[in-house]
Design a protein around this ligand. Structure first.
Ligand SMILES: N[C@@H](CCC(=O)N[C@@H](CS)C(=O)NCC(=O)O)C(=O)O
Length: 207
């Protein structure tokens, strides 16, 4: 049994989507980051960086923060979504998401959606970089159904960030390979379940 500490954000959804895909038992605990629950001293014991997601594995005693490492841990534990022959490339694209696609799009949300008009420099910077990153992923997906080989944790890491394309002022029509990939993944029943953990706050954008 896995305890998942999460909220309705891309980093949280990565893990709930993987758990749904794995079909393993888990219990989701809502950590309302809009109300400051991430600073609760009890939560800090499992997530010292004050951020969701985090897990506790009741079988092994493992406690872990950071969505990328959680995806790797669970994929290795259950032997799924990171086949040995594709391991290095999957890690490469997972790190690309963790270091670029996620953080840059997170800043785009701040400046393009929540604080529009406050910093034209930041708006231009993050919107340009967001477009560049969407272009990188679109080129990668040319002639491929998934980022590396079969559907893997690299896709599960990137997809929830792409699902906020409207917040990032991205038109998926400009990235046809990426849009086909986005819709392919959005159609998966496990993704549809995992997206609405720990609560349903909106429909999945259809791309
Ligand atoms: N690198 C971390 C980032 C986690 C992260 O930024 N989580 C956000 C939600 S998506 C959060 O908890 N924010 C609360 C805060 O910044 O106070 C990961 O991938 O797990």
């Amino acid at each position: 049994m896995i305890d998942l500490y999460t909220w309705t954000t891309p980093n949280g959804r990565k893990v709930s989507i993987l758990l749904e895909e794995l079909g393993v038992p888990y219990e989701a605990h809502a950590v309302d980051i809009t109300a400051g629950a991430q600073f609760d001293p009890k939560f800090l014991e499992i997530s010292p960086n004050n951020k969701i997601p985090a897990i506790r594995d009741r079988d092994t005693g493992v406690v872990m923060m950071e969505s990328g490492s959680i995806l790797i841990y669970l994929a290795e534990k259950y032997g799924k979504f990171m086949p040995q022959e594709d391991r290095l490339e999957i890690l490469e694209w997972l790190m690309w998401q963790m270091a670029g696609f996620g953080p840059i799009l997170g800043q785009a949300h701040h400046f393009l959606k929540y604080n529009a008009g406050k910093s034209p420099y930041a708006e231009a910077r993050y919107s340009e970089e967001a477009r560049r990153l969407y272009g990188v992923l679109d080129r990668r997906l040319q002639g491929r159904d998934y980022i590396v080989g079969e559907y893997s944790i690299a896709d599960m890491a990137c997809w929830p960030w792409a699902s906020r394309y409207e917040w990032q002022q991205i038109d998926l029509a400009d990235y046809p390979n990426l849009r086909a990939w986005y819709r392919r993944i959005a159609a998966r029943p496990a993704v549809q379940r995992g997206y609405h953990v720990p609560a349903k706050v909106n429909e999945i954008p259809q791309g």
